[in-house]
Design a protein around this ligand. Structure first.
Ligand code: SF4
Ligand code: SF4
Length: 157
């Protein structure tokens, strides 16, 4: 299944293939803000259900019971997800780009997204106990850091 998945158009993915496309970077679980120019700014503050060691949601299947506004990424909604990081597998495939070398479907190693420094593992704090102002003070560039991404050959220009 994995080889097929790499190039398959999003619209043709089965539900299990859709789930399998996620690289597990965890960056969609970070708080972000959109400015007046519709530019999205990430913070290093994660949702209360985010486990920063595993980079996974602690209650993925029941997450909407606890976090009402957790995004549900679907074939339809991906087109409007300006908030996804540039490295996101769904964003890349939606834009017709190939998955990157560190994606487990390409390299065969689920840990590579962490080893390559792409994921949020170990670099975020929880939103628990933070005010909105405190979260806004924690805007960071690394989730979409073009310089770092360029160095790794992940983006051009
Ligand atoms: S940003 Fe995309 S690839 Fe990364 S965890 Fe979220 S949905 Fe998966
Ligand atoms: S509920 Fe889970 S999947 Fe949704 S943002 Fe929080 S940690 Fe991420």
């Amino acid at each position: 299944m994995e080889k097929v998945l790499i190039n398959k158009p999003l619209k043709d993915l089965s539900p299990s293939e859709w789930e399998a496309l996620c690289d597990g970077c965890g960056k969609c679980c970070l708080h972000k803000f959109e400015d007046e120019d519709a530019k999205v700014h990430f913070t290093d503050v994660a949702c209360k259900l985010f486990n920063s060691n595993t980079c996974r949601c602690k209650k993925y299947k029941k997450r909407h019971e606890y976090v009402k506004d957790c995004l549900s990424l679907t074939k339809r909604s991906v087109a409007k997800m300006n908030c996804l990081p540039q490295t996101c597998a769904y964003r890349l495939r939606y834009e017709g780009k190939p998955l990157k070398w560190w994606h487990y479907l390409v390299c065969g190693d689920r840990q590579m997204v962490h080893k390559a420094g792409i994921s949020a593992r170990g670099r975020v704090i929880s939103e628990t106990g933070l005010s909105q102002e405190e979260i806004e003070d924690r805007i960071v560039s690394w989730p979409n850091h073009k310089k770092a991404l360029r160095k790794k050959g992940l983006v051009k220009g």
